[in-house]
Design a protein around this ligand. Sequence first.
Ligand code: ZN
Length: 94
Amino acid sequence: MSIFRRRRRNTPAGAANPMPCRELVQVVTGYLEGTLPEVDRVRFEEHLAACPHCTAYLDQMRTTLRLAGRLTEDDIPEDTREDLLQVYRAWKSA
Ligand SMILES: [Zn+2]
């Protein structure tokens, strides 16, 4: 059970399942849009803390998306996003 052997005090959730650079690149948009699940967000941030390349990549993505106006963060008000989430939940539970 390597998951226990590697466990240390205050070990963050993602420590047993580190996120590779490749996966980080795939989910970076979700991270920036705030749609990444909590567990992946933790793994994402842990990876960033240890990987200067991905930190630079994230900064670049942030700037690019902002300039391109494709990031919904500033465009969609918090209320609207919450409405969308509720529609999604209702739809999934139907
Ligand atoms: Zn990386």
